[in-house]
Ligand binder design. Structure first.
Ligand code: ATP
Length: 352
């Protein structure tokens, strides 16, 4: 029996609701006939406890997480804690501390789901987000606080090593897809140092992947192309901030933020990777029992794939598609089902 130890960090908002549902689904994917078991340990690192304890992650927190096979993360964000404090207090220390530099965000219109785009059925994209540097490197500061001469800097960091490894990851990823097409998303017309390096290294890496076709798009033009010509895109590689924005657009164009899934990968497997729905705390629906768990279930598929359980991942994706295709949907997708209702339907579809 293969045992996988999963660290669950439900976090804030609807995080606990969707992670509880996701854990049920993971257990249902495992079992005697699959040859693997899922062992879950929950961590109560969230904003309410931050306000009581003064920290999100305790001193030995990352050391404790390191021994797990994967991390299942809900959401972080609270009305009582500034967004930059919660993000830099919980999610980013894990993603950066564990060098999860490759962020993978698939977008597809699932059966039974209507895209707000008339040609939305053509959406079948994967956005590869550089997840360790760029605009989220944490480099900057403020001086002369409160004075008229106050200054704030926020420096985007691009290193050759960091840029090369994400482009190489993106080419490897694109190579495994049927269309084998990779779009370089950039802004090197305006950002003439970091993003020119970003482009240069892309073209150098491209020489090693003659089987992958490529093109290049400025990030602003990429948004219009996603809306107007969705069928011309396959895999996109973009910087930390650009991909963050594009992937929310991709999720909305696929029908709802409640669908988008993410893997924060440390491809070398030196550290555990982290799997999370792309949506946030969704304060407006907390406790109503209507959070769409599909993003979390799709995220669980990405986790199973990463663990090498491809058969279980495919079985789960088929179950998700059977449920959306049968019209069992939460209100964000125009349906009337509850989180519980969708979860039960997926459990039923998974049953042997
Ligand atoms: P945060 O600041 O943590 O990102 P937020 O509430 O600003 O949180 P999201 O959580 O991304 O942003 O939510 C944006 C909108 O999408 C909200 O109206 C929310 O209800 C909706 N939404 C997000 N996730 C889901 C979900 N899983 N199911 C249903 N609706 C969702």
């Amino acid at each position: 029996m293969r045992d996988y130890r999963i660290a669950a960090i439900p976090g804030d908002g609807i995080g606990p609701e969707v992670i509880a549902a996701g854990v049920e689904i993971l257990h249902a994917c495992a079992g005697a006939d699959t040859g693997f078991r899922i062992l879950v340990e929950a961590f109560d690192w969230n904003s309410a406890n931050y306000l009581r304890r003064g920290h999100y992650i305790p001193d030995d927190g990352l050391a404790r997480l390191k021994s797990f096979d994967a991390i299942f993360f809900g959401a972080v964000g609270s009305l009582e804690v500034a967004d930059h404090v919660s993000l830099w207090g919980l999610r980013l220390p894990i993603a950066q501390g564990f060098d999860q530099y490759a962020n993978v965000r698939p977008a597809r219109v699932l059966p039974g789901v209507t895209s707000p785009l008339s040609g939305g059925q053509a959406i079948d994209w994967v956005i590869i987000r550089e997840n360790s540097e760029g605009e989220y490197a944490g480099h900057g500061g403020r001086a002369h606080r409160g004075l008229p001469i106050e200054v704030a800097t926020e420096t985007a960091i691009f290193t050759r090593a960091g840029v090369e490894r994400i482009h190489r990851f993106a080419f490897e990823f694109a190579r495994k897809r049927p269309r084998k097409h990779l779009t370089l998303v950039t802004k090197s017309n305006a950002q003439r140092f970091g993003l020119v390096l970003w482009d240069e290294v892309f073209h150098q890496v491209a020489a090693d992947y003659p089987d992958v076709s490529t093109d290049r798009e400025l990030v602003d033009a990429a948004t219009t192309r996603m809306v107007l010509k969705p069928d011309t895109l396959d895999v996109m590689v973009a910087t930390n901030l650009h991909a963050d924005i594009l992937s929310e657009l991709a999720a909305a164009l696929s029908g709802s933020l409640g669908i988008g899934a993410t893997a924060n990968l440390n491809p070398e497997r030196t550290f555990p990777s982290m799997f999370e729905p792309i949506h946030g705390s969704a304060f407006d629906i907390v406790g109503k029992g209507i959070a769409n768990p599909i993003a979390t279930f799709w995220t669980a598929c990405l986790m199973l794939e990463h663990l090498g359980e491809d058969g279980a991942a495919r079985r789960l994706m088929r179950a998700i598609e059977a449920v959306t295709g049968a019209g069992i949907r939460t209100p964000d997708l125009g349906g009337q089902a509850s989180t519980r209702g969708v979860t039960d339907a997926v459990l039923e579809a998974l049953a042997p």
